[in-house]
Each structure stands twice: as C-alpha cells, then as structure tokens.
Ligand binder design. Structure first.
Ligand SMILES: Nc1nc2c(ncn2[C@@H]2O[C@H](COP(=O)(O)OP(=O)(O)OP(=O)(O)O)[C@@H](O)[C@H]2O)c(=O)[nH]1
Ligand SMILES: O=C([O-])CC(=O)C(=O)O
Ligand SMILES: [Mn+2]
Length: 596
C-alpha cells in the first residue's frame, strides 16, 4: 500500500494529465454539498439539460431528455482490456490495452473544450466499511455529477477515505459529441481504470455503477477472495421478528428493484411480515469470520426502470419518487407530471422525446426510462444498509425471464449445483441494453454484460467459496415470467413473490422438506402458501411441474454453452451438469408416475 498522502498526489497528477488532453474551460472539484447540487441544478435548468416538473407533485424533481440514440447500455461498444484476450473471455469484447488507450484518447483530445470538467471523488459502500472501495470520476456532464451524488457517497468524505486507502479507481468520462460511432466504454482492470466517451446514459456514464462496482470490482474480487454481483439485497422479517437477508441476481429489467421493495400482500402484512430494502442492483459479498457471506450495497441510490412502476406493482418505489428525483426519458402529462406506461394514472401529453404524444410514434415513455433517487427515501429502507460489516446472506436467488419450461421456484442441491444453476441462467433480453428485445440468451448470474473477466474463471471463483468452515447461503432459482398459451403471465408476481421467499426461508430454517426432482428441490404440495391467491385452476401445478424432456434439451444446450469456454471451464461444473443430465435420463427411464 502507498504511503499516506501519495494517492492525492497521484490524483492531482491524473487530473492535470486529463485536463491537458481534454482542454476544459474550467475544473470543479466536487465536495458533495447541498449548495453544490443546487448550483448544478440551476446550471442544468438554464441549459435545458433539466426541465422543471410540476413542483407540487414533484418537489425538487426534474426531467432529463437524453439524445434519442443514447438511451441504454451499449454492450457492443463495451470492452474489457486485459493484456491477454483469454483473461477477458468469450463473454467480453476485448481490445489490447495499448490499442484501446490510443483509440479512446484520440477521442478525448480536446473533448471538453468550452466545458467544465468535474472531479468526483466517490465511495462505493458505507464510508467506514472495510468492504467499501473508492473511485474518482472525471466528467464533463453536470447530469452525471447530479446522478453520482444520488447514487454514491460523493465528495469530501470520499476524498478523505481515498487519502487513507492509498488507492482508487480512475474513471474518465466525456459525453463527447454523443455520436454512437464515437462511443466506447473501456475497462482496464489491471490498471483499475475506466474510460467512457460518447454517452450520457446511466450504465455507460455513471462510472461508479456497472463499470466500477461490477466490471472492475469483479476482477478485483477474484484476486482478493470476495464477490461483486448484479444482485439486490432484501431483508425479510418474519412475525417472530427474525430477519433473513436474501441476495438475488436477475438480469437488467427483470425485477430486482421490485423484489427489493416488495410490499407484503394483505395476509402476510396482517401476520406481521416486514420487508426491508438494502439494495436493488449491486451486492458486494465477502466471507466473514463466522464463515457466512456478508454483503453491502455499494450504492446509495436507485437508478430504476420507470415503466411498469405503479401504486399496484411497487407503491414503495412511487413513494420513494415523491421528491428530489431525476426522471430520464419519461413522458409528461398536460399538467407536467411524470408519466410512463403502466403507471396507471393520468395521460401522456408529451412523449420522452418532447413531441406531442402520438401512439403512432410508439410508447410515450422510453421502455428504458429511469428514475434516480436516494435510497434513504424508500419507506422500506433498511437502516442496516449503513452497517460497515454488511448483512449476513441466508439465500442466493437466480432468475430470469423464462416464458416456458422453468418452474416458479426450485432449490439447488448444494453449492456446486447452485453455481451450475447460476451459470446456466437464461433470460429474454430487455430494453436496458440496445438491440433486440425478447430474445432468449444465456446470462450467467445476470453478469453477462458485467463480469470483468473470463466467465470460466468466474465460475471457478464461485466454486472456490465451498471450503471447510464455510457456512454458505442456500441457492435457489425463480421464474416470475412464465406465460400461458395466450402470452399472459401465469404468476401474479410482485407482492405475491413473498410466498416464494417464505418457502425459501422455511427451507433455510429446516421447516420445509420439499420434493426432490432431477433439477433440484421444489416445494411439496402443501408447502407454498397459496391462501387468497387468485389463479386459474391447474396453473399452479403447471408452474411447479418439471418437464423432464424439456429439461433434457435444456441441459444439452447448457452443455454446449459451457463447452464454448474451452479448457478453462472447471471440471467440477461440467461434472455437475452431467450429474443433472443423468438424473433426467433416469427419470425418463422410470414410469411417469414416479417423477415429481
Ligand atoms: N410480471 C412481472 N413483472 C415484473 C415483476 N417484477 C418486476 N417486473 C417488471 O419488470 C420490469 C423491470 O423491473 P425492475 O425491478 O426495475 O428490474 P431490475 O432487475 O431492477 O433492472 P435493472 O435496473 O435494469 O438492473 C418492470 O417493468 C417491472 O414492472 C414480477 O414479479 N412479475
Ligand atoms: O446500468 C444501467 O444503466 C441500469 C441497470 O441497472 C442495468 O442495465 O442493469
Ligand atoms: Mn442493473
């Protein structure tokens, strides 16, 4: 570790170098104060970067309209630049570091002319947590600064910690000219650095989030023996007052924010169940002295999907959004209130591009319209989100959008099987990234766009946590997105998902026996609480059915996927796949009646 103070010298040198390259008109060091935020908002209201909203409905909240070609993450322009291509793996786009630096530095030359360059020291995680890590983002976008202030612990405190730590992640960002042809998001994990140009959109531009807290951090976590994951963290308190923390990995726009803010349905509420939100997108987990995994949410805010958020589906999110929020690419009503598809009230007058609303132009809000808001505004915000130790994880959940085959819930037999279940995850693509929507693809552990190194090494890293003394969480898989023949969701989802979490907790506590099947353990008939559930007859049976022939095909496809990583794929994982495959074959050989 470097001596005291030298990290600030390194920071100053880097800021000077960047200023020489990008030629900004001014440099502003962010202190994270309220006054600074207020001044930024004024600047953006004057420039049109932010638009006012009805101050009664939306106190101190604003609308940002991005460039129409800059509304989502761009996976094809995102690179992991390790010295060896093999280390980035087939799951990443790769460029040699020297070539990547040359290519992107050419775009940064003079990129900040006439603009202010902001220097943002930030901390990912509670400022006094040993699990937290710091970074500095340099950007020419005041919108990015405002969002970083909500999403991270930003400013003076972070700078002080950087001085203590002696290290920080360097993130350089410019919106450039927003031309998708001159847009790159590049990661240099060995150098702890990120360079991003040409986009102002969240996941491409708020470098603390996906770039640092997932891509760089996952790489660091492998070396240091912890995990950086695309997971929500939720605390479930049962009527006895006992809390279990669950971490869940669902791909982008597949339900993390919603599960993290779940509101128990009537029956559960009356029985005394409570749900506490620790995090909605990213989870850093490290083994504690007690052998359990302890998790922090490195973020301080939510950058959540707006469409589909309503008083019915996610009242907590709506309450959170009641003030001090930034809305990006939503529509507005005639009385200047934020509006999106699925909100369930009001009507759009102006669409996300600022045009008079015309259904012929498509949805009024962009399908990936987002809100940025402080986590502390959430009614279910868990005070233990600030605990330096983090919270102990009882269960890890994987899941995705699977219109067919995959049951509502099953549990992996053990850790290695759970790692296979996570590695084999599939989901339909969503509007969170540019490209086709609704295409089924493998998205291992929901980390396909975010793992900063070779997935084969990542699976090996996951397997390595299973060692003597470890008290690992149980691993489950869920699917809220099964569809019937008419294309309607079969499971009500949202608040009713607590029924499934309830079963998981019963499993963790040894209260539910479950039914063993070749793919894992499913709830036994009477174990899932279905009281008051409004579902067509037979639907629940279908949701809990193991289609053995369908799963045989799935396991073959998983085999091909794992083969695609070649020699580096851990033998343990291949053996696990073979075990499940054989169990399915044996089930086919048996008479149907004896299969789950
Ligand atoms: N049918 C159904 N839809 C859901 C459920 N949970 C969430 N959704 C919808 O899925 C979309 C995305 O959900 P989010 O919770 O914002 O997704 P996320 O995983 O936090 O996404 P990122 O922020 O992109 O990582 C929204 O339109 C939700 O309304 C559910 O249980 N059932
Ligand atoms: O990164 C973003 O822009 C938003 C997000 O959470 C995701 O895409 O998973
Ligand atoms: Mn996400």
């Amino acid at each position: 570790m470097r001596s005291h103070g030298s990290s600030l010298e390194a920071l100053n040198r880097w800021v000077d170098d960047v200023a020489r390259l990008t030629e900004p008109a001014a440099i502003h060091w962010c202190d994270g104060s309220d006054a600074e935020y207020a001044a930024l908002v004024e600047t953006m209201l004057a420039s049109g970067d932010l638009l006012p909203l009805d101050p009664e409905k939306h106190p101190r909240s604003y609308l940002h309209r991005s460039s129409p070609s800059d509304v989502a993450r761009v996976e094809h322009l995102t690179f992991v630049c390790t010295p060896e291509q093999e280390d980035a793996g087939p799951n990443n786009h790769w460029m040699a570091p020297a070539e990547a630096h040359a290519k992107i530095d050419a775009l940064f030359a003079g990129a900040m002319r006439g603009r202010t360059m902001y220097v943002i020291p930030y901390c990912m995680g509670p400022i006094d947590s040993p699990i937290a890590r710091c970074g500095v983002e340099i950007t020419d976008s005041p919108y990015v600064v405002a969002n970083m202030r909500i999403m991270t612990r930003m400013g003076a405190q972070a700078l002080a910690r950087i001085e203590r730590d002696g290290v920080f992640v360097k993130g350089l960002h410019s919106t450039g000219d927003l031309d998708p042809e001159r847009r790159f998001i590049m990661h240099f994990p060995e150098e702890l650095s990120i360079k991003s140009i040409g986009s102002g959109y969240g996941g491409n531009a708020l470098l603390g989030k996906k770039c640092h807290a997932l891509r760089i951090a996952s790489h660091q976590a492998r070396r240091e023996g912890w995990l950086a994951e695309h997971m929500l963290i939720v605390g479930i308190e049962n009527p006895k007052g006992e809390k279990h923390y669950i971490a869940a990995a669902f791909p982008s726009a597949c339900g993390k924010t919603n599960l993290a803010m779940l509101i128990p349905t009537e029956g559960y509420r009356q029985a005394g169940w409570k749900v506490w939100t620790v995090g909605d997108d990213i989870c850093w987990m490290t083994p504690g002295e007690d052998g359990r995994l302890w998790a922090i949410n490195p973020e301080a805010g939510y950058f959540g999907v707006a469409p589909g958020t309503s008083a019915k589906t996610n009242p907590s999110a709506l309450a959170t959004l009641g003030h001090d929020a930034i809305f990006t690419n939503v529509a507005v009503t005639a009385d200047n209130r934020a509006w999106w598809e699925g909100l369930g009230e009001g009507e759009p007058a102006t669409d996300w591009q600022g045009r008079a609303y015309d259904p012929a132009n498509g949805p009024a809000a962009h399908p990936n319209a987002r809100f940025t808001v402080s986590a502390k505004q959430c009614p279910s915000w868990a005070p233990e989100s600030e605990a330096p130790t983090g919270v102990p994880i009882s269960a890890i959940v994987f899941g995705g959008r699977r219109p067919s085959l995959v049951p509502l819930v099953f549990e992996a037999k053990d850790w290695a099987h759970g790692v296979l279940v996570g590695a084999a995850m599939g989901s339909e693509t969503t509007a969170a990234a540019t490209g086709a929507v609704g295409v089924l693809r493998r998205d291992s552990m929901a980390m396909k766009p975010f793992c900063g190194y070779n997935f084969a090494d990542y699976f090996a890293h996951w397997l390595s946590f299973d060692k003597p003394g470890a008290k690992l969480p149980r691993i489950f898989h869920v699917n809220w997105f099964r569809k019937d023949d008419e294309g309607r969701f079969m499971w009500p989802g949202y608040g009713d998902n607590l029924r499934v979490l309830d079963w998981m907790i019963q499993r963790v506590e040894g209260l539910a026996k479950g039914t063993e099947t070749p793919i894992g353990i499913l709830p036994a008939r009477d174990e899932l609480n279905v009281e008051g559930l409004d579902m067509p007859p037979g639907a629940l049976d279908e949701l809990l059915r193991v289609d053995v022939e369908g799963w045989q095909e799935e396991l073959s496809a998983i085999g091909l996927y794992l083969e695609g990583f070649g020699e580096r794929m851990p033998e343990r994982l291949k053996a696990e796949r073979l075990r499940v495959s054989k169990a399915l074959d044996a089930a086919v050989a048996r008479p149907k009646a004896s299969v789950a």
